[in-house]
Design a protein around this ligand. Structure first.
Ligand code: NDP
Ligand code: 2IT
Length: 475
């Protein structure tokens, strides 16, 4: 039987306490308001498993806060909070190098404008669908609230696969994507940036087309090259921010640091690469990294410059690393990387890459800390397993907020027509990531579980967004 249908039947049977099945996981939710809202979300977003997972995870951790704030139900805050303000889908036609007409689907979800203009990245990946875009936009709303900057939540992208495409094909695709997207965005309305498959090159093509259509040179996108309004340090910001957050967590919760730790990092894209660089600077040894095909291991530590050249310049698969560094080995199943004994595991590739089985192996092998550089990289049962076993766990919406935070700095730099220096960017990023840690840690302690930084992050972000929603009335 369809698991979502089953969830509904179970909900019908038990009014105030239900056992829900989400993505085949059995979960408990007790608060009647959260339950009612979740039931509606299941009905309305049938089959959207990533979105349901993200909403469930947030609602479950908000229960204790909701109990203390009955006014939220009166104002219908949760009902509005889980429904995107706008979801735009559109056709993206383009012509490949052989002259064939190709069609992809474009998306932009404008999830919440409660505390600022919609803000969030664009993902170009074969797997992109409305469930993935909505889960990312929903998470982004809370993440952006944690940054302390006035940014709402949005996300977008396409099922376009950039792998194997020529620069000209990528340019034509980006131009066609922007031919539709430009109607909905603006420097004070919605400010997209990069995510999987979208980096500085794609942002350049998108910006060029926006400027051509609108005849405006404004900060409508972040992650731009420095030559036309980009901010120094944005490329490194997510990886650096993740390391600042995890380092602070190690210090405050276990009186230790990255120094001498064995670290594994999934992925080898933007977030993973600069995480490698910063972990190494902080004295950790990164012994394994991956791409979607497999992973490399080198007990001596993976070399940043070699991997960067391979991935960013030569656009090769990670397996080629072993041809340059003979001490390294390649294994062809990326999910098996989590079986390597390590002190710290940093998930920097994609959603649901650490499941319960991987979590159990990591814990059995002595992992001390998990950091989420990617969005929702741990399944719900994996997350619960880490928290129950008192593993230090840095949740995505707090730990990877450094990227969008520096995007926020880029927006202010563009509005003021000034340039920040690298010292200004980096010291503000570090300070603000540490502040985020402090506030989510305080909140987790307040609600009785200092290891549950996910609860701390969800409540801290939600408190800000929900206050703004109540002040602004029903809209
Ligand atoms: P990139 O496109 O630069 O790199 C993505 C990396 O993840 C690649 O190594 C890719 O391998 C791997 N990957 C992607 N999809 C899968 C998959 N389905 N299975 C296994 N591996 C996969 O993206 P980013 O580094 O920018 O993004 C990585 C994660 O970080 C995403 O979850 C993103 O949402 C999140 N994030 C990004 C921010 C940013 O500023 N860029 C900010 C905050 C979060 P391959 O090359 O083989 O596809
Ligand atoms: O998930 C994310 O926070 C991002 N992809 C960065 C978004 C941004 O607007 O910089």
């Amino acid at each position: 039987m369809d698991i979502f249908l089953l969830s509904l039947i179970l909900l019908e049977k038990k009014k105030n306490y239900a056992i829900l099945l989400v993505n085949n996981e059995v979960i408990n939710m007790k608060n009647s308001y959260c339950l009612k809202v979740y039931e509606e979300v299941v009905k309305r977003n049938s089959g959207e498993k990533e979105f349901l997972q993200a909403v469930y995870e947030v609602l479950e951790s908000l229960e204790c806060y909701i109990e203390e704030h009955p006014e939220l139900e009166k104002h219908g805050v949760l009902e509005r909070f889980v429904e995107p303000e706008r979801l735009i889908t559109f056709r993206v036609p383009w012509v490949d190098d052989e002259g064939n007409v190709r069609v992809n689907r474009g998306y932009r979800v404008q999830f919440s404008s409660s505390i600022g203009p919609y803000k969030g990245g664009l993902r170009f990946h074969l797997s992109v669908n409305s469930s993935i875009i909505k889960f990312l936009g929903f998470e982004q709303t809370l993440k952006n609230a944690l940054t302390g900057l006035p940014m709402g939540g949005g996300k977008g992208g396409s099922d376009f696969d950039p792998k194997g495409k020529s620069d000209n094909e990528i340019m034509r695709f980006c131009q066609s994507y922007m031919n539709e997207l430009y109607r909905y965005i603006g420097e004070n309305t919605d400010v997209p940036a990069g995510d999987i498959g979208v980096g500085k090159k794609e942002i350049g093509y998108l910006f060029g087309q926006y400027k051509k259509i609108t005849n405006k040179f404004v900060g409508v996108l972040t992650g731009k090259d420095l030559s036309f309004g980009g901010i120094i340090g944005r490329t490194e910001a997510t990886g650096n921010g993740l390391c600042y957050f995890v380092n602070k967590m190690l210090k405050e919760m276990a009186n230790t640091s990255f120094l001498g730790k064995r670290v594994i990092i999934s992925g080898s894209g933007n977030v993973a690469l600069y995480t490698l660089k910063k972990v190494t600077e902080l004295g950790g040894v990164v012994i394994a990294m991956s791409d979607s095909n497999g992973y490399i291991v080198d007990e001596k530590g993976i070399d940043f410059e070699t991997l960067k050249e391979l991935k960013e310049v030569r656009k090769e698969r990670i397996s080629k690393y072993t041809e340059i560094i003979p001490t390294s080995k390649y294994f062809d199943t990326s999910s098996k990387m989590w079986t390597i004994p390590c002190d710290i595991a940093l998930a920097c590739a994609t959603q649901n890459e650490i499941d319960l089985e991987s979590a159990k192996v990591l814990v059995k092998n002595g992992v001390k800390a998990i950091g989420e550089g990617a969005n929702m990289p741990c399944t719900m049962d994996a997350t619960n397993y880490f928290i129950e076993n008192k593993i230090l766990y840095a949740p995505a919406k707090a730990a990877n907020a450094g990227g969008v935070m520096v995007s926020g700095f880029e927006m202010s730099q563009n509005s003021m027509r000034i340039s920040w220096t690298i010292d200004e960017v980096d010291s503000k990023l570090k300070q603000q990531m540490e502040t985020i840690f402090e506030s989510v840690y305080e909140c987790a302690k307040k609600y009785g579980n200092e290891y549950n930084l996910l609860l701390g992050a969800n409540i801290t972000g939600f408190e800000k967004v929900s206050k703004a929603m109540i002040f602004q009335g029903v809209c």
